[in-house]
Design a protein around this ligand. Structure first.
Ligand code: NDP
Length: 446
């Protein structure tokens, strides 16, 4: 590691102990940004990197709620307000038992760069709870969401901080939280995105992250005069992002052969077509079942406790969670002929896995660029709410495609290497950094 990065990271690790995911995310950015700052000393003098790695504000709170037996349950609630240099804090809420302060800080940090890349005026934030919606009744989820929002409502607002969904937070949870916010504040505002279509939500928002991830893959393929047609794709996860990545990839002529959840993955060599995907959506979004049931229903193989990266594929779309592709997985993917990774999830590849992609010069779209479509359409939802109108599906899809193309162009601008290889890691880090850094300098030491 570069000695300047090492010195910077040792300060970060000392002042943020026990937060390995946050250290990982900061280090990945520091490796791109520190050499850039050396060439552009105004950022060094203004201590932008040191400031950008320190959240503007963190709110932590108790979330008590009553389960269906009348027993009191207690969870932790968080909101990280990371950076508001270019707009109000914006970023999702995650409800999952693995949520910790460090995980949310890594996600909030990534969000700052991602939101900047979209070109829309949004700062970065993230929040959530260690609450697990799995196995809870709708009534229990509602009780939890109401209690969570009772505290969170003091800290957010349509011009201050606008949360959205993430793992474990979909349309149902956003609905319950929006209802409670409206009741407490007595106002109907666009304080959350990912709302239902009938009450302020944007068309294409549920699809946006998955579609955007595929549009980004398409843009990367175009640099090698290639397309998605007839490509074999391994997708991980089976939630929101995975479902719509599968839908769009299939629509564009590719064959998706895997889906997973935290218990294992299914391999369907025939491909997960529209009809089978419809069944998965019902399984995951309505019946809230396990992906194993797909294997039973369609007579394919299920691999308990494993991830899909040993399957032979041209393209991998990791869409489940952080650090789900290890160095060994990355080696296997490359050895099996995979030449493109587009990340629907946030930081799904370990740092060692990323090094393997770059060493082998495969097309690699990191999450902060490849999955920015979700927050981009959230930004469009905010615009529609402010204007009190709603755009058509085609119009939003077109804007989404344009934004993903623009992000891709930004990555090329800052990431092209001497031999022509596009290093999207450097491209997205520097591309996301410049706009926020310039705004921070203009606004003084705040
Ligand atoms: P969902 O909750 O809809 O789906 C998550 C999927 O990932 C489920 O299949 C889940 O399986 C699996 N998963 C979750 N945690 C783990 C784990 N620790 N190990 C293995 N599998 C796991 O979430 P989303 O689809 O919304 O989010 C997926 C990823 O995309 C996350 O990294 C998120 O941060 C990122 N993202 C999401 C955006 C959005 O708009 N929703 C925007 C940008 C990024 P199980 O059901 O068994 O838990």
């Amino acid at each position: 590691m570069d000695s300047r990065v090492e010195a910077f990271m040792s300060k970060i690790i000392n002042s943020n102990p026990g937060e390995p995911e946050f250290h990982q995310a900061v280090e990945e950015v520091a490796e791109s940004i520190i050499p850039f700052i050396e060439e552009n000393p105004k950022y060094k003098h203004a201590k932008i990197l040191e400031r950008i790695a320190e959240p503007e504000r963190i709110v932590m709170f108790r979330v008590p709620w009553l389960d269906d037996r009348g027993e009191i349950q207690i969870n932790k609630g968080y909101r990280i307000e990371m950076n508001s240099a270019i707009g109000p804090y914006k970023g999702g809420l995650r409800f999952h038992p693995t949520v910790t302060l460090g995980v949310l800080k890594f996600l909030a940090f990534e969000q700052v760069f991602k939101n900047s890349l979209t070109t829309l005026p949004m700062g970065g934030g993230k929040g959530g709870s260690d609450f697990d919606p799995k196995g809870k009744t709708d009534n229990e989820v509602m009780k939890f969401c109401q209690s969570f929002m009772t505290e969170l409502s003091r800290h957010i607002g349509p011009d201050t901080d606008i949360p959205a969904g993430d793992i474990g937070v979909g349309g149902r949870e956003i609905g319950f939280m929006f209802g409670q916010y409206k009741r407490l504040r007595n106002e109907f505002t666009g304080v959350l995105t990912g709302k239902g279509r009938e009450w302020g939500g944007s068309l294409i928002r549920p699809e946006a992250t998955g579609y955007g991830c595929v549009y980004f893959a398409q843009a990367m393929l175009q640099t090698r005069r290639d397309t998605l047609a007839d490509k074999t794709i391994a997708v991980s996860g089976s939630g929101n992002v995975s479902q719509y990545a599968t839908e769009k990839a299939t629509e564009l002529g590719a064959k998706v052969v895997t889906l997973s959840d935290s218990a294992g993955y299914i391999y369907d060599p025939e491909g997960i077509d529209k009809e089978k995907l419809g069944w998965v959506m019902d399984l995951k979004n309505i019946r809230r079942g396990r992906i194993k049931e797909y294997a039973e229903k369609f007579g394919v193989d299920y691999y308990e406790g494993q991830r899909p990266w040993t399957v032979k594929c041209d393209i991998a779309l990791p869409c489940a969670t952080e650090n789900e592709i290890s160095a060994e997985d990355a080696e296997t993917l490359v050895k099996n002929g995979c030449f493109l990774v587009s990340e629907g999830a946030n930081m799904p590849s370990t740092q060692e896995a990323v090094e393997i992609y770059l060493k082998n010069k495969i097309l690699y779209g990191p999450g902060k660029a490849a999955n920015a479509g979700g927050v981009a359409v959230s930004g469009l939802e905010m615009t529609q709410n402010s204007m009190r109108l709603s755009w058509h599906r085609e119009e939003i899809d077109q804007k989404l495609q344009q934004i993903m193309t623009d992000i891709h162009e930004t990555c090329i601008k800052y990431g092209r290497e001497n031999d022509g290889y596009i290093n999207y890691v450097r491209g997205s880090n520097i591309g996301g950094f410049v706009k926020v850094a310039d705004a921070m300098i203009a606004q003084g030491a705040v």
